[in-house]
Design a protein around this ligand. Sequence first.
Ligand code: ATP
Length: 458
Amino acid sequence: MPEEKSKVDMEKIVSLCKRRGFIFPSSEIYGGLGSCWDYGPLGVELKRNVKDAWWRAIVHQRDDVVGIDTSIIMHPQTWMASGHVDGFSDPMVDCKACRQRWRADHISGDKCPGCGGELTEPRQFNLMFKTFMGPVEDDASVVYLRPETAQGMFVNFENVMTTSRKKLPFGIAQIGKSFRNEITTGNFIFRTREFEQMELEYFVKPGTDEEWFNYWVNERFNWYLKRGMRKENLRLREHSKDELAHYAKGCYDVEYLFPMGWSELEGIANRADFDLTQHARHSGRSLDYFDEETGQRYTPYVIEPSAGVDRSLLAFIVDSYAEELAQGETRVVLHLHPDLAPVKVAVLPLSRNEKLVPLSREVHAELRRCFVTQYDDAQSIGRRYRRQDEIGTPFCITIDFQSLEDNRVTIRERDSMEQIRLPIKEVVETLQAKLSGENFVTQPLWTAKPISAVEGQL
Ligand code: ATP
C-alpha cells in the first residue's frame, strides 16, 4: 500500500510563504544557509499567534502552571545529568559512492537511498552544538547550546516552587529556541538545526502519573482541534517499548499528515522521576517535595508535553491551505483560525479616489485600536480580496462612495465570501464577536478512553 500523504504540495506551501512574506531562506543574498529560515512580516505574526495560543491555554488560563524563560547556555553539568552528553546521538551512515550522509534509523535497507551505493557502518553522532564560553578555547570552557528547553524547568524546580508557592500537581512552562545539529534536515521548516519549542513539565505525585499522562494527551490533542486543525489529519501514535527511553513509562506522539506523510508534531511523555533524581544526584541538592497533607517526602514524577513551534506553524498552514473555484477563477485561501491569522481585518477603500481617503483612514484608525489590521488601496478590489485570502485574513472592510452618504461599509467574510453591509459604528463590535475563537470552530473535540484502551492510531 502506498504511504499516506497529504494532498497539499509542499512546493506550493514554500512558494506561498516566500511570495507573501511568511518565510524566507536565511541569508538568501549569500545563497542561503542549509536548513535555516527567516520569518518575514507575516510569518512573525503567525508564529507569535501560535505561541500566544499555547501560552494562553497552558499558562494564563490555568491556576496550576507558571511560565519561565531560561538561558540557552546552561551549566555544562546540566547536560551530564540529563544524559545528553553521553546519549543524545543519532546513528549516522555515509554513502561510499556519492558521499551523502543519512540517519541510519530513517532509512530502510543497507544501500544508499540516493544512488544505491554501499553505506559505511553506523557511527553515533552527538547532536548538541558545542561552543566556548569566554576568550579561552579549551576543554574547561566548553558549553552547549540547549537541545531542548526542558532542562531549564528542572534546574529551576525548587526556585519556582518556593517563590510561586505551588503545591503538587503543578507545572512549569517555557517557549524558546533549541538547537540540534541534525544529521539530515529538510521538509522546509519541519526539521531544522535551530528551532523553537513549547514545553511543559508537569510535576505530579507518584501513583497519579498515569491519570495525568492521560489528561495531558487529551488536552494537547484537543489544543490543535480547537485551533481549527482537521481531525482527519491528526492522530496519536504510541511509542513501542524499544522506542521508549529506559526511564520513560510511556510516550505518545501527536502526528500530523504533512505533505511528506505522517510525522511528529509533539511528544507527550511520562518521564517518571528521572530528571529531578538526576539533577539532585549531580548537583548535590535535594529536589524532593514535602507533602504537607501526608507528611511524606518524595521525588515528583513529571509529565512532559513537548511541541515544536515551527512544526505546528507548518501544520497550521498546510491544514488551512485550499485552492477553490470562485466566480470562475481559482482562489488560494488560508482558512486559518482567527486567533492565528496574522492580519485579522483588512481595510480596502474601493479606489484611491481622494474623496474616499478620509473616511477610509478614519475607519482604519478605529479598527487598528482593537485588531491587527492592514490598509490596502493598491490594485483592483478583486485582487486585493485574493491577496487577503492568501494570507488568511478573516475579514475585509470595503469603503465605497455609498459609504460617504450612508455611513455604512461592507464586511466580506473570507471563508463564505459573504458580504454584509452595516453602520460604521457597529463594525468593531460585530468583528469582535465574529473573531472570537469560540464562535469559529465547530468540530467536535476528542475524548480519549483511558490510555490503556487506546491502541495505536485513533
Ligand atoms: P524527531 O524524532 O522528529 O527527531 P524528537 O522525537 O527527537 O523528534 P523531541 O525531542 O520529542 O523530538 O522534541 C519535541 C518537539 O520539538 C518535536 O515534537 C518537534 O515538534 C520539535 N522538534 C524537535 N526537533 C526538531 C527539529 N530538528 N526541527 C524542528 N522541530 C523540532
